[in-house]
Design a protein around this ligand. Structure first.
Ligand SMILES: [Ca+2]
Ligand SMILES: [Ca+2]
Ligand SMILES: [Ca+2]
Length: 267
């Protein structure tokens, strides 16, 4: 488990192995290798330095921690946990279900395919919805027998925002959409899925372990512990496709945000 310098790229970088890498980046490594750290395959845990880090998790289930500094973290494929720490960080979840935690500072959280969980923390954070991935349906036929009452299929949110602060947080939209293209309505998980989440949670051990690691608690998601997730559903008006959920907000509060809190993002 060692990082290998690679001077063949335009900017010098450090390569991990195709196994599980567990590395703590030094300030000198971060400064000497502006091309960043590529952890390659494997389930990697990479701890950034106290200065600005650029870290790519590669394939596998990766934990990338930026710590201090303005960091850019890329989870790449599979289920990843990205934590920017303090500073103004940019987190790219990549494909797969990812949990993105911004921490202190003004962070930008960007998912991809798969349901992404966003927690921006303190600061004015930008939560990006990928409009081109709206309205994806998940067939629930396989679990119908153990959870009677649930629908045959559900529409997956592109992202779930867990800690939206309407005083300073921002919704980022790809594809040139603006606030005028969106609709806002109440979201209630019991009405949507026909089941109390307390009944589902025991079936989600892996997901709960991942949540525990990120510092997001079930209490954060469901503050009054009634087994029902509530908030705002944001849809694309013209197609009625679901973009995502903003938990623990009133839809009227999100709908009343000024247009300046919805920005177009491109990357
Ligand atoms: Ca690796
Ligand atoms: Ca940071
Ligand atoms: Ca933040």
């Amino acid at each position: 488990m060692v990082l290998t310098p690679d001077f063949s790229a335009p900017l010098p970088r450090l390569l991990g192995t195709n196994g599980d890498d567990n590395e703590i980046i030094t300030v000198q490594q971060a400064n000497d290798f502006p091309g960043g750290i590529l952890a390659l395959s494997g389930n990697d845990t990479i701890n950034g330095s106290s200065v600005n880090d650029l870290i790519f998790g590669g394939r596998g289930e990766d934990d990338l921690l930026g710590n201090d500094g303005n960091d850019s973290l890329f989870g790449n494929k599979d289920t990843d946990f990205l934590d920017g720490g303090s500073g103004d960080d940019i987190l790219f979840g990549g494909k797969g279900t990812d949990i993105l935690v911004g921490g202190e500072g003004n962070d930008t959280l960007i998912g991809d395919a798969g349901v992404d969980i966003y927690q921006g923390g303190l600061g004015s954070d930008v939560y990006v919805f990928r409009t081109e991935l709206a309205g994806i349906e998940q067939d629930l036929g396989g679990v119908l027998s153990i959870l009677p009452g649930i629908p045959n299929s559900i529409e997956l949110p592109n992202a779930v925002i867990t800690d939206f602060n309407s005083a300073e947080d921002i919704i980022g939209l790809t594809g040139g959409l603006t606030k005028a293209d969106l609709t806002f309505e109440d979201f209630n998980s019991f009405e949507e899925f026909g089941i109390n989440t307390n009944l589902v949670l025991p079936l989600l051990n892996d997901e709960l372990e991942l949540l525990a690691k990120t510092g997001i608690s079930v209490q954060d998601l469901d503050p009054n512990n009634d087994g029902i997730l509530e908030g705002t559903a944001i849809r694309i008006g013209s197609t009625n496709q679901l973009l995502g959920y903003v938990l623990n907000t009133e839809f009227s509060e999100v709908a009343a945000l000024p247009e300046s809190q919805f920005i177009s993002v491109d990357f």
